[in-house]
Design a protein around this ligand. Sequence first.
Ligand code: ATP
Length: 242
Amino acid sequence: MTALFEMKGLTKNYWQTEKQTERAYLFSDLTATIESSERIALLGKSGQGKSTLLRMLALLDNADSGGMRFNGVEAKEMDTRVWRTKITYVAQQAVMLPGTIEENLKTVSNLHNETFNEKHARKLMKDVGLESIDWAKKATDLSGGEKQRVALVRSLLLAPSILLLDEVTASLDLQSKAYVENLLIKWSEVEKTAFIWVTHDLEQAKKVSERIWFMENGTLAVDCKAESFFEHQHSFSDSVTL
Ligand SMILES: Nc1ncnc2c1ncn2[C@@H]1O[C@H](COP(=O)(O)OP(=O)(O)OP(=O)(O)O)[C@@H](O)[C@H]1O
């Protein structure tokens, strides 16, 4: 059976401006396969290249070598915009487009010339705890945490196959964080969406993931079931102090 997603030998050299260390690359030869709607937490100390990898998977950054396939199709054979609707990146700092919340939510349907499913959007806004917000409000006036949740709903409206979540709850209070975690777990189960969630919060990783990718020294040092990772956490690196 064709895998949902494969990455093979992905390598990123340091940028020219980067202070050279003992190795020339940020990460090298990252290889992994996602068979179906798996929930993966991507862990690793600061500066290991987790965000760079996510951006690379969404074709927002180039690999120096290696390749990727989605449903058996090479990234370079697919239209970049189509790829990004299948494999969608949600940034740590949400960016709102000029205009109202409603206009932001409608970006996706407008892009695809489709009818906007308001009921679906309202349900998602409720799921992230934003049911009482006025959609006529200017999106750029929202708080950081509100912007993050609107951005997440906007991405979910694309119905991607793989969501790339870059510390998406870092700016949220505990209640909103729980809303988002629960929504994404449920969403993955119901819609059969995979996600790769970068987090420094081990409790969150334990709650949301079935599989762990752990980056260390420029490699994907660990790729295993979440249960096994947390059972043997002490034997990975320096106790995985993230
Ligand atoms: N566009 C760029 N130009 C130069 N250096 C960059 C660029 N993007 C990232 N880097 C460098 O690459 C390294 C990895 O950055 P990245 O943000 O991918 O790491 P990370 O593991 O996600 O870190 P954190 O956990 O702190 O978010 C860092 O040293 C960063 O300064």
